[in-house]
Design a protein around this ligand. Structure first.
Ligand code: MN
Length: 482
């Protein structure tokens, strides 16, 4: 179980009785958080000296379970005591600004009450030292029992879990980037320095060796699983069996190398009969990140966002084609094969159809209509001197009519604030055609995630004004020029 460490600041100025009271309140609060949050909240000793604070932070850095630190000042805690600890802490930080007592007890309030419930000024001292030290942190302000307060902590905690997965992520690339494509490429050394992603190339032939080791019995068992979960609408079972072999081989390769994500490209399938379609869809359904055409940044983001979303409703996506009917403009998102079935609504069919490019055998793929509802589309681009995360709020709609000749899964959506401004803003920001589409995450999750890395995050949403956004992009480029 992933842990959030709750660190409560105080000092010895007010006597032992006050610190005992702080500890009792801290216990009650952490029990409440444990009950309400889907994470284990671990209460640390009351932070009353620099040595205690520094040792908590050292321990946090070394802990694989600890995904983030929540700090809160119950009383005043002089911030110079915090400098050494905050200098070394590498985990995401949430500064919770709350107060144990909800209401001022007008009848009984005295100086003892005032000295015990000092978050109003203790947290200001604490906020200053974060600002002074330029520490990236989320600030949540609100009464600790309020559901809005808990919701914000939970969003941050999900982002913190994504951050931990991200820091330890290994991405396997079968083949290189699609030739000449810019946006899916980037600097892999920079990515490892910045994000911790280890992105390395493996020969397609090594995967082919693994494919050749898969037995008929293993394929038979997987075909039974496909029959139970999906509707097979083709007689070409051989093509489905080929994809089943790919799935088994890919999974072995990923497990052996401890990879969380992979890419491939239709331009490099030497020794393979088909482009993995169904196989990659199945891998994504099981939580792996995937990027087509060598797109390792989207593959990594898909893995990370699936971790943040608990595996739910989060898919590799591509802005494919437009419906430009005036007043009812929409984007049809799809890919030539590899759309993750966690965003499927209704029946999932498995069919075999020819693929227009790549010159290989017709591959088996899952075909379905996408979910409806509010979602985000996310793209990470490499601007040469820095990374920019672009997050668009979109509204996915019911696909208005059947598309009987479309041989792939599809999702349709309308971007915010409206179609034209939404797509204009996306182009101005340099967002890619590949994205991660998630119904389970919101812009807040991504803003929190970007802040943990200290990278630029451009949100295109309900409140976006394109002219203001263009000016912000211009100013950011001036400040962060290479
Ligand atoms: Mn593509």
């Amino acid at each position: 179980m992933k842990q959030l460490w709750f660190v409560i600041g105080s000092q010895h100025l007010y006597g032992d009785e006050t610190i005992k009271q702080v500890a009792v309140h801290a216990q009650e609060m952490s029990e409440y958080f444990n009950e309400k949050l889907p994470y284990e909240v671990v209460l640390k000793p009351v932070a009353t000296t620099a040595d205690i604070i520094t040792s908590i932070m050292k321990e946090a850095n070394a802990s694989d379970e600890c995904i983030g630190i929540i700090t809160w000042m119950h009383t005043f805690s002089p911030s110079k005591m915090w400098i050494t600890g905050l200098n070394i802490i590498e985990k995401p930080i949430l500064h919770l600004h709350t107060q144990y007592n909800e209401k001022i007890p007008y009848d009984s309030i005295d100086m003892d009450f005032m000295n015990l419930n000092q978050s109003a000024h203790g947290d200001r001292e604490h906020g200053f030292i974060y600002a002074r030290m330029r520490k990236n942190r989320k600030v949540v302000a609100g009464y600790w029992k309020d559901k809005e307060t808990l919701a914000q902590i939970e969003i941050w905690a999900k982002a913190a879990y994504g951050y931990q997965v991200s820091k330890n992520l290994k991405v396997c690339r079968f083949g290189d980037n699609m030739r000449d494509v810019a946006v899916t490429d980037g600097n892999r050394v920079s990515a490892e320095v910045k994000f911790g992603w280890s992105v390395n190339y493996y020969a397609v032939g090594d995967l082919v060796d693994e494919i050749n080791k898969v037995t008929d019995a293993e394929v038979d068992a997987l075909i039974e699983e496909y029959r139970a979960k999906y509707t097979i609408v083709t007689d070409n079972i051989d093509s489905i069996r080929e994809q089943a072999k790919y799935e088994i081989a890919l999974k072995r390769f990923m497990e052996r190398g401890n990879f969380g994500a992979y890419t491939n490209t239709f331009e490099d399938l030497h020794g393979m009969k088909q482009l993995p379609g169904l196989a990659s869809q199945r891998m994504m359904e099981q939580g792996y990140g995937f990027g087509a055409e060598g797109d390792w940044k989207t593959a990594a983001m898909l893995r990370v966002m699936k971790a943040m979303a608990g595996g739910e409703k989060t898919a590799f996506m591509e802005d494919y084609t437009y419906h430009l009917e005036k007043g009812n403009e929409m984007i049809l998102g799809a890919h030539m094969l590899e759309v993750c079935p966690t965003v499927a609504k209704g029946e999932i069919k498995i069919d075999v159809q020819p693929l227009g490019i790549g010159g290989k055998e017709p591959p088996a793929r899952m075909i379905f209509d996408g979910e409806q509802g509010e979602a985000i589309a996310v793209s990470l681009v490499d601007l040469g001197n820095r990374y920019r995360l672009i997050v668009a709020e979109v509204s996915c709609v019911d696909i208005p009519e059947k598309m009987p000749h479309l041989p792939v899964a599809g999702v349709m959506w309308k971007p915010y604030p409206n179609f034209h401004d939404g797509v204009k803003a996306w182009l101005l920001a340099g967002g890619a055609h590949h994205t991660v589409l998630s119904f389970a995450l919101t812009k807040e999750h991504m803003i929190d995630f970007a802040r943990m890395y200290g990278i630029e995050c451009v949100v295109i949403g309900k409140d976006t004004d394109v002219n203001t956004l263009e000016k912000e992009l211009y100013l950011t480029d001036l400040i962060l020029k290479d």
